[in-house]
Design a protein around this ligand. Structure first.
Ligand SMILES: Nc1nc2c(ncn2[C@@H]2O[C@H](COP(=O)(O)OP(=O)(O)OP(=O)(O)O)[C@@H](O)[C@H]2O)c(=O)[nH]1
Ligand SMILES: [Mg+2]
Length: 208
């Protein structure tokens, strides 16, 4: 495989979108990164873009409260989705995040695919399943990236991949084991995303 990653100097923050409208998109293809609060979305995005401080990361769950758009070269926009499932957020705030995500994932004309992040050590929540189902409903490409693999030993990893694949009804081969800390799995995510963006893509079966 040739180096599938974009050059880090091509990545830059574009804007924050607290309440998505169709006019927020600009016609360039988009790939969204979603998952529960604290799963490692911003960290993985920084790794994918090769730039440490680009997306804000935090030990405080619920840090990313809006859609954050990042430009990757001239041909791709990556979107950091607000994390779901943060127990301490007020209900009204949670509902606003959820509505925002739902409107965007179902309504965007530019969203090509969703990278759903799940912590390798945890079982999927109802919110994870909802995002999965929204992506499927919206006809988006889909890949599952299992995060924080550096915290899990080899044997336990393959056991968890099997468990999660069964829980999501996905082929285990389609779950990508990743770590923002070590960089494991980053090329595999790019390989998948580049496949979505390649000319003639779009007729393949959904990945997961
Ligand atoms: N060990 C390890 N820790 C990680 C990894 N990815 C993220 N973390 C840590 O997990 C915490 C949350 O990471 P974030 O990237 O901010 O998570 P997020 O999903 O963007 O969180 P919200 O924006 O709050 O939804 C931080 O303390 C990160 O340093 C990883 O691959 N390995
Ligand atoms: Mg974040």
């Amino acid at each position: 495989m040739n180096n599938p990653r974009p050059h880090p100097s091509t990545a830059r923050f574009l804007k924050t979108v607290p309440s998505w409208r169709p006019g927020d998109d600009d016609g360039r293809p988009q790939v969204a990164v979603g998952g529960r609060s604290n799963v490692g979305k911003s960290s993985l995005l920084n790794r994918l873009l090769g730039r440490k401080g680009l997306a804000r990361t935090s030990n405080t769950p619920g840090r990313t409260q809006a859609l954050n758009y990042f430009e990757v070269g001239s041909g791709l926009v990556m979107v950091d989705l607000p994390g779901h499932g943060y127990a301490k957020a007020p209900l009204a705030v949670v509902q606003q995040w959820q509505q925002n995500t739902r409107r965007y994932v179902l309504g965007s004309a530019d969203l090509v695919g969703v990278v759903l992040l799940l912590d390798l050590r945890r079982d999927p929540t109802a919110d994870d399943r909802e995002l999965l189902s929204l992506a499927r409903q919206g006809g988006r490409e889909l890949v599952v990236a299992l995060t924080k693999a550096d915290k899990v030993g080899r044997g336990e990893r393959s056991r968890r991949v099997q468990v999660l694949a069964r829980a999501l009804e996905c082929d285990p081969a389609l779950l990508l084991v990743t770590s923002a800390r070590t960089g494991e799995g980053i090329d595999a995510v790019w390989h998948t995303v580049n496949g979505w963006l390649a000319p003639g893509a779009g007729e393949a079966e959904p990945g997961c």
